[in-house]
Design a protein around this ligand. Structure first.
Ligand code: ADP
Ligand code: ASP
Ligand code: MG
Length: 439
């Protein structure tokens, strides 16, 4: 029998009413046997996500020794949900145990993970399914990366012979035996790990939009939905800010060629977006697939005559960054120039000054300049490599919108063109590129 893994995001878990909707979706397909859930998200625009409240619980615990006051918000939320659903779950007991463990463990990851834990307990009861604690089936290595093989084996064993199971997303068990979370939005990764473990026919990711849009719907109003895209395009777009799917969620499914389908819990009849393994990718005829943007980068520009013929120049520059453990996003270069594009958050507390000093000592540049508050905008698509004049159209669109381009980097994969603009021109730039290629 085919087996589908379905992950439901925060808004799909927001209250009892939506959870009942999710139950209907799951029960309408017998293949939907492994369910991964996030913590309840926002019910209305200025509501607070359960995970954010839990991070607040941890701050309260750190400053006062107990999380009680903030935990009462979590208590009310889950008691309300269980009452609304009318399920037979002793939520008082589960909440008391959870609060006791939060106060005892004093760990930020443990506290943050409890939204998913509680939500999965509720959903398992609602679906009359087996609850599998992620702590017992998802494992991390010493260096914090996923221990895939150990996790896949444990998940397989836990689901064996079960009709339907629910696993909380977002967390697992660290190498020290303690609860550890993925980065924010990480339930998408948990879903992917589960899909890979059971060799699912499909990984369904249910959220609050009808698929992967060409660009962020909060920036461009009603952008077109992308019908299908490749893993590679997804990786580029999600890494560059298309937050609908966590950028690391393709890795577990990629090796097993499991497609991902983005679906809307609130409009299940909509087709959604199919993300396909690159091996199955067929040219769609379109020039670009999507546009995404991310703010707050710093560009370090370095100029030195005859840089190109100086053996080891780039290595010397990069070794300074390695010394400070700073990852580099892009390195656009010319004959006598190179730039380093780095996330600004990595350069706080004097790190930038130390790096500049280090580069000065290592290569004695003629000129070195720093530009802060840069946004990177990625225009992505397999179609770009075979169509002439794409960059000309892109830059014309930016010129017409009066946007000053601070940096250009065309990825060697010919899958993307990345431009750097001032942070406050990011939205304008995405709109301009969208208009040029899609309207
Ligand atoms: P979930 O809680 O279901 O995991 P997220 O909030 O993480 O949902 O992701 C869905 C949101 O991603 C959408 O509501 C939308 O605002 C945002 N988003 C950003 N870029 C895109 C995009 N290109 N296409 C669709 N949604 C996007
Ligand atoms: N609840 C977690 C977060 O808010 C994980 C997730 O939603 O995927 O980041
Ligand atoms: Mg998400």
């Amino acid at each position: 029998m085919a087996l589908k893994v379905c992950k439901f995001g925060g808004t799909s878990m927001a209250d009892g009413n939506v959870m009942n909707r999710v139950k209907r979706i799951i029960e309408s397909d017998d293949d939907r046997r492994l369910v991964v859930v996030s913590a309840p998200g926002k019910r209305y625009s200025d509501d607070i996500k359960v995970t954010d409240t839990l991070y607040k619980c941890h701050s309260e615990l750190e400053s006062t020794g107990s999380c009680g006051q903030t935990f009462s918000v979590i208590r009310r939320r889950f008691t309300g949900i269980v009452k609304e659903l009318g399920i037979d779950l002793d939520i008082e007991y589960v909440l008391n145990e959870t609060e006791r463990r939060i106060n005892e463990e004093k760990s930020v990851d443990f506290t943050a993970s409890r939204g998913e834990y509680l939500c999965a307990r509720v959903m398992a009861k609602l679906l009359d399914a087996k609850f599998i604690d992620a702590e017992e089936v998802i494992f991390f290595n010493e260096n914090g990366t996923l221990d895939g093989e150990k996790s896949y084996a444990a998940i397989c064993k836990a689901v064996e012979g079960e009709l339907r199971c629910v696993i909380p997303g977002f967390y697992g068990c660290g190498a020290d035996g303690k609860v550890k979370t993925f980065s924010r939005g990480g339930s998408d990764i948990s879903g992917s790990v589960a899909a890979r473990a059971v060799n699912a026919s499909l990984y369904e990711n249910w959220t609050d939009v009808s698929g992967f849009y060409v660009c962020d719907p909060r920036i461009v109003s009603t952008p077109k939905v992308i019908k299908s895209l490749s893993y590679k395009e997804l990786r580029e777009l999600s890494y560059m800010g298309a937050s609908v799917l966590h950028s690391e969620s393709i890795f577990p499914v990629r090796k097993a060629n499991i497609p991902i389908l983005i679906k809307n819990t609130f409009r299940p009849e909509d087709d959604g977006t199919l993300i396909q393994p690159s091996v199955y990718y067929k040219p769609s005829g379109r020039v670009i697939t999507g546009i995404a943007g991310k703010k707050d980068f710093t560009v370090i520009f370095i100029e030195k005559s005859l840089m190109n013929s100086e053996i080891g120049f780039i290595r010397k520059v990069l070794s300074v960054l390695e010394r400070y453990n700073i990852p580099i996003e892009h390195i656009p270069s010319g004959i006598d120039t190179m730039s380093l594009v780095i996330e600004s958050s990595r350069l706080k507390n004097g790190v930038l000054e130390n790096i500049l000093q280090g580069i000065k000592e290592a290569v004695e540049p003629d000129v070195m300049r720093v530009t802060e508050d840069i946004a990177l905008i990625a225009t992505v698509g397999h179609g770009m490599s075979s169509s002439i004049g794409t960059s000309a159209r892109l830059f014309k669109a930016m010129k017409e919108a009066n946007i000053n381009v601070k940096m250009i980097d065309q990825g060697s994969s010919e899958l993307n063109i990345i431009v750097g603009v001032k942070n406050d021109e990011c939205e304008k730039c995405i709109n301009a590129i969208y208009r040029e290629f899609f309207r």
